[in-house]
Design a protein around this ligand. Sequence first.
Ligand SMILES: *Cc1c(COP(=O)(O)O)cnc(C)c1O
Length: 205
Amino acid sequence: MAVSKTHPAEALAEAERSGILLFGENRVQEFEMKRPRLRELGVAAQIHLIGHLQANKSARATELFDAVDTVDSLRLAERLNEAASHLNKTLPILLEIKLSPEPTKAGLDPDAQELPSLLERLPDLPSLPLRGLMTIAPFDDNPEIARACFRRLREIRDKLARTHPQLDFSTLSMGMSGDFEVAIEEGSTLIRIGTALFGERPRPQ
Ligand SMILES: *Cc1c(COP(=O)(O)O)cnc(C)c1O
């Protein structure tokens, strides 16, 4: 996945011409602004939401994106399913798992009750097929810190796939520009690459 946040529509078009088939954007509003230009440029690639989504933006996100890779609560899943069924749309999802102690990182606590409750509920949310799990490793120059996090996500996935054989856990979205090699070694099926493809992003104000 090419992570195109902060980059203009022209950058996505160029990446698509080079063979990229999947993009990740992290903000609903930013993508909404880019989309008319993407249409003009004829960009047809899939676009996933990879940033935290507030429940009150779930209808808009459902319209805009091909998948949401950051579902982190039962309430959000319910809202997305409602919006998707309203639009007659199937919206594949990943569950974001929080494995980093950093308070800024979103995601489901793998040891809290919400995760099993959400998994129990998913078969009743037919517009929201589960495809797997996603995580963001703690920011650290040492890739071995990330490795422990990626390994843990794979172990959680293997366990959940055993206890919930009716659900699809085939996707493991983990690894970014700084740590994708170890993520692949630990079983990533979907790396999310921004900086290494598009260069440095402007720093947020
Ligand atoms: C920005 C972002 C990326 C890409 O990060 P790079 O280090 O630029 O490759 C990947 N995943 C998520 C969730 C992001 O927000």
